[in-house]
Ligand binder design. Sequence first.
Ligand SMILES: Nc1ncnc2c1ncn2[C@@H]1O[C@H](COP(=O)(O)OP(=O)(O)OP(=O)(O)O)[C@@H](O)[C@H]1O
Ligand SMILES: [Mg+2]
Length: 265
Amino acid sequence: MADTSQREVVLSLKGISKQFGAVSALTDIDLEVRAGEVVALVGDNGAGKSTLVKVLAGVHAPTAGTMTFCGKEVTLTGPSDALALGIATVFQDLALCENLDVVANIFLGKELQPFQLDEVSMEIRAWTLLNELSARIPSVREPVASLSGGQRQTVAIARSLLLDPKLIMLDEPTAALGVAQTAEVLDLIERVRARGLGVIVISHNMEDVRAVADRIVVLRLGRNNGVFTPDASNAELVGAITGAADNSVSRRSTRRARQSEGAPL
Ligand SMILES: Nc1ncnc2c1ncn2[C@@H]1O[C@H](COP(=O)(O)OP(=O)(O)OP(=O)(O)O)[C@@H](O)[C@H]1O
Ligand SMILES: [Mg+2]
């Protein structure tokens, strides 16, 4: 992993909170993401990961706290503010149009100003973008319906890069993928990082997180609960995620380890 501590801070959150009525989804969250850095956001169901992504994407307004983007304090009043600043989000459902081809999906909603491109230019731009990402898409004129899960993820990521963002957020990009496709998407994340973008990845898969993250940020019950490097042990990570050193996941792995050593249970 590269030492990213000297790079420019793209995003900095201080004391971000989000209430939904009586529910505190986020409380006093601090987060920093640097250029060319992959930050994995992990936590159990309901920990507040998606809510945090939605705050950053301009979908939800935080109830408290400040957000600084590229050195300037910002307030997002909607998703278009986030896009205009250079914050791109690939939501879990990808929102691709099955019946349209790859080019049309990459340019969806952006066919007009400021691009106003013809079909040929759009196809060239789509190819260039996919080539830069070394993406394996058989043809950009293929309807998305005929692509694999990994290829769809690639198209969604390429689409989010069209506006040249500085930060990209990926919500569970490998959740529905097989082994080979997962490896391809992880490669893709590394290439996005190599372009100098800050990357936030949400994942429940610790193996994927370790493989690609420079830092692992744990949320628990809507609060920060530790920052780790990828060489942190499973027990440390699981402890921070579940809030207990002695938990069913670590008990299970100890039991299995003892079993494999032939020790009595
Ligand atoms: N629109 C909403 N209205 C009310 N409560 C909400 C809303 N969105 C999220 N919450 C609550 O906020 C908390 C955090 O939810 P969030 O979806 O951010 O968790 P998560 O970490 O993404 O979980 P998962 O891993 O299951 O996706 C939960 O208690 C959830 O019920
Ligand atoms: Mg979620």
